[in-house]
Write a protein that binds this ligand. Structure first.
Ligand SMILES: [Zn+2]
Length: 251
């Protein structure tokens, strides 16, 4: 017995569909007992690209068999919507976006690192290099240069609208629904390395005498070895992070 559903694919999942099925809801008839996963893959969309399936507005898993007349919506991994509350397909519900920034966005890179986001940046990256790294490491390209995004090889990129670094941070956090993923002081501002706790004895040689005298707890970048501690620099960063957070809530 055949069934007919009304199905729509979102964002880049449309790349897998034939032209007449892109960005519209369409009726699809299939035979018998197919699971929603099989139906979707029979239309050409690999399940690895999918983060969320809704049937009649409810989040479902791959094995559900859609009923006749059901409305099915299918969302990709990189959909910006924060769907962590309703997704059922992945044990780790929300993706953790990683970025690569073009050469004009150094300040934005530092701010994103301050909030704990994996943000690759070098002021000597060539466009081709940025694109290659984006593809091989699944990083979203952040750029003020539309030219990069027009390259047909680019799959995930975002054109940063604002020219002001502080506004840019808000823009990116909003666009990718990152508010809940902010983990301050988790990434090295200078090099994007992971920050880890370190025993004072291990880094004592690197400290100035006053710092050694007045502070006990230290963190260190696992990559460039920069030492962080709760001195004035640290509290300034926390103040900035508070400002980011408050600004985001106000919006
Ligand atoms: Zn570092």
């Amino acid at each position: 017995m055949s069934k007919t559903i009304n199905i729509r694919f979102y964002e880049e999942l449309n790349d897998f569909l034939t032209r007449n099925k892109r960005k519209v809801a369409f009726n699809h008839t299939f035979s018998g007992n197919m699971s929603v996963k099989d139906v979707i893959e029979s239309l050409g969309v690999p399940h690895t690209e999918i983060d969320l399936i809704l049937i009649n507005g409810e989040s479902v898993n791959y094995n559900i068999k859609p009923g006749n007349g059901d409305f099915v919506s299918v969302y990709p991994v990189f959909e910006s919507l924060d769907i962590s509350n309703i997704t059922k397909l992945r044990p780790e519900p929300l993706r953790h976006p990683k970025f690569i920034l073009d050469v004009h966005l150094g300040k934005l890179a530092k701010s994103l690192r301050m909030l704990g986001f994996d943000s690759l940046y070098q002021n000597n990256f060539e466009d081709d290099e940025i694109i290659e790294i984006s593809i091989s490491e699944k990083r979203i390209i952040l750029t003020r240069d539309l030219g990069i995004l027009k390259n047909s090889k680019v799959t995930h990129g975002y054109w940063v609208r604002s020219q002001k670094p502080k506004v840019q941070v808000n823009e990116v956090v909003k666009r990718f629904d990152l508010t809940k993923q902010i983990e301050p002081l988790n990434r090295c501002i200078e090099c994007n390395g992971k920050i880890v706790e370190v025993e004072k004895e291990q880094i004592a040689d690197l400290l100035k005498p006053k710092t050694r005298k007045f502070f006990q707890n230290f963190d260190q970048c696992s990559n460039c070895k920069k030492v962080y501690w709760e001195g004035s620099h640290y509290s300034k960063m926390l103040d900035k992070i508070d400002i980011f957070r408050n600004g985001m809530q106000a919006q």
